[in-house]
Write a protein that binds this ligand. Structure first.
Ligand code: ADP
Ligand code: MG
Length: 330
């Protein structure tokens, strides 16, 4: 299983930011409202994610570290409509096969006065040691010395600054996807980012300014449209605010950050003829549709999605974005 997990880790854990992504998704699936991320040396030395979610009971700790053990899906038919960010049960097993992982948790279901529990797994087949740990309700995952036992992959780690920037980008995506969750990021012991939770439309708008940039927000058009069971809402840059890199392009499908060619193409098409060549729009867009109409189980990183009716989704997006760009011109 160690080898199998390391192979799976090759797909899931490319660099420190991939670990951050998986841990944040777990925290959000656990209903966390506050998440703290502590990172040392660009995440190569330490990634610690602390959340206030439901936690894991002691009896489930070891299982959580096993490959293909997920508490989120019970039957094959559940795969047809996935409501959680995780479901493959691969992340913790993969990470612990290439790093020193400590999973500590105190379940909200545990009796008052009970302590939390810690399970340690480091490149081994299963968690060996379970110890009590005094902690508030929630979960703390600590990942130390990423790739310590796979030197070939360790060599691919970039400069601390580069890895840190990737982590920041990951947090931006996750934060945009979950407005009701507050995030704090520390790098080498210093707070580098604070993203408060948003509970109203205004706060959410403000938060987009904080996360993406106020420059983007001030030059953006808000849209919110639905046709039948499809809804698209969010912020798109007005054509005169174009940019030359595709950095500020965020698309979320049912709360999941995706990089999808169909969606990006559909948006770009709406801007066609409105932008000088080589220039691209910026956007933060949320697509909502029946989970049964979208397959997120295309790739282990779950960045890609497949729509059962891609044409209809594509055309809906192009049409909606076009209409809003035009109404602004008038
Ligand atoms: P998946 O998210 O696909 O289920 P993971 O390997 O990421 O698989 O996590 C395995 C299991 O560990 C989850 O199904 C969940 O039960 C538990 N788990 C992991 N992280 C947390 C967390 N932060 N809070 C509560 N439970 C967690
Ligand atoms: Mg997960």
């Amino acid at each position: 299983p160690l080898l199998a997990n390391q192979i799976a880790a090759g797909e899931v854990v490319e660099r420190p930011s991939s670990v951050v992504k998986e841990l944040l998704e777990n925290s959000i699936d656990a209903g966390a409202k506050r998440i703290q991320i502590d990172v040392d040396r660009g995440g190569a030395r330490l990634i610690r994610v602390t959340d206030d979610g439901n936690g894991i009971e002691r009896s489930q700790l070891e299982l959580a570290l096993e490959r293909h053990a997920t508490s989120k899906i019970e039957e094959t038919k559940d795969l047809k409509a996935i409501y959680t960010l995780g479901f493959r049960g691969e992340a913790l097993a993969s990470i612990s096969s290439v790093a020193k992982l400590t999973l500590s948790s105190k379940s909200t279901a545990s009796d008052e006065g009970d302590s939390g529990w810690s399970a340690i797994a480091q490149g081994q087949d299963t968690a060996v040691d379970i110890q009590p740990r005094s902690m508030p309700n929630g979960t703390i995952v600590e990942v130390r010395d990423l790739f310590f036992n796979t030197p070939a992959r360790q060599k691919f780690l970039r400069a601390e600054r580069t890895e840190y920037v990737h982590i920041e980008e990951t947090i931006k995506r996750v934060a945009l996807a979950s407005p009701e969750v507050a995030f704090t990021l520390k790098h080498n012991g210093k707070v580098t980012k604070r993203i408060p939770a948003a509970h109203s439309k205004e706060q959410q708008q403000q938060r987009v300014g904080t996360i993406v940039s106020n420059n983007f927000l001030s030059g953006s058009i808000f849209l919110d449209s639905d046709i039948e069971d499809l809804r698209l809402w969010g912020w798109i840059s007005s054509p005169e605010r174009h940019q030359n890199s595709n950095l500020s392009q965020y698309v979320f499908v049912n709360g999941r950050a995706v990089r999808d060619r169909t969606l990006n193409h559909a948006i770009r098409q709406a801007y066609e003829d409105l932008l000088p060549t080589g220039r691209v729009p910026a956007y933060v867009l949320y697509l909502e549709l029946d989970p049964e109409l979208v397959d997120v189980n295309v790739h282990p990183t779950k960045h890609e999605v497949r729509f059962s009716d891609a044409r209809r989704v594509h055309d809906f997006i192009t049409k909606t974005v076009s209409e809003h760009l035009q109404s602004q011109e008038e």
